[in-house]
Unconditional design. Sequence first.
Length: 453
Amino acid sequence: MTSDVINSKHDKHAEAPLTLDQAPPKTLGTLDQGAFWANLGVSLLGFSFALFLINPLGDDNPLTLGAALVAALVGSLIGTAMVGLAAVPGVQTGQPAMVLLRGLFGVRLSYVPTVLNVIQMIGWGAFELWVVAMGAQAIFGPSVPYAVWAIAAGVLTTALTIYPLGAIRLLRRFVTIGVVVSVVWFAVVFLRETPAQSGGSWDSFAAAVDFVVALSVSWVPVAADYARHSRSSRAAFTGIVGGYTIAQVACLAVGVYAVALAGHGVVAGDPTAVFGPFVAAPLGALFFGILVLRETDQSFANVYSTAMSLQNLMPRIDRRVFSVAVGVLTTGIALVVDVNSYGAFLSIIGAVFVPMFGVLAVDYFLLGRGRNWDISENAPSRLVMVLPWALGFVTWWMLAAPSQVSWWAAVWDGARQAVGFVPQPWMSAAVGAFLVSGLVTLAIGALRRRTEN
């Protein structure tokens, strides 16, 4: 650890460095991380995701309310534990997520997941701007055009990325309180208005857990971007697991009742239909407005992490230049592209990062390479580590539910038929991909030790 990092611990208002050549300040404690990740755990469309939590297989046998809530808790704990572990190397090395991959794959090979992450982060950033604009229109109606709200959200998002640590401190001090009050308010209102939930079974419990795990682990490729500023590994891990788990479970629980009020069929056809019960509730416009404004922390995280990923490709470019460019591009996409449909494509890329984390976790923690993690610009290529990553990716799609992208679904349907494999409802794509990639990495490490001896 450099003296710059040590000295920056005492500067509560220090900001993130502009290039990778500069040491990151370690100013974020457990409360900072917890508040930041708690805000990320509450999403406007996360409320509509409760429909898939209750009925992950889309059949006539939904989960009981108790089973759904337990699945939300178990899935959140598993997923956020992965995110928390992915954050620890960022604390220990002081490097953002994609730069850490130099130690896993080497510099040149790290460019592949970096480019994939840039694509998905830009896509999700545009998707979040669309969500903010649709949420604002749910409150104020169509009198203000969609484009105005999308541009306003894009400007605010970009401004937050210029002072990212200040934005996180702002969330902890002010925004989180408003979000907690809003979620509690809606929970009370919906519990009074919604009839008691009855019926269902536990048959699709594993599929529901897998769905919640997938929601959580989508943050794996960005966790270190913020954890690198944590005062300790414990602060980062505890803040992520505690903050995100509590918020996501609460969000899904409130969503169960919101979906019941809006109607399952309505929400399935239009995920923004879930906004209706929130706006219609007493003082709903006020509290829902807080949640809409808070949604910009999702787009902030996407845009800022895109800038951090780009610095792995061009480490000496000022992150503010990247942030502004990405903010403009993201806003432009939100204005002209059907980002709702784009989400189906992004799910394909998202499956890349769970098995990649399995490889990283085993190599860094269990095989002990974290002590000699090479994040330099001369880190040699480690082509062998692509094998467990690729096998984990294949495992994901052999186990996963069919993709909404027809040609991609046809590829994996053909692969299952070729080997005579039929995935069972209890099988988890996320857990399966993680286990396969991790176990193959362990085998490679054992083979390497035998060869060296």
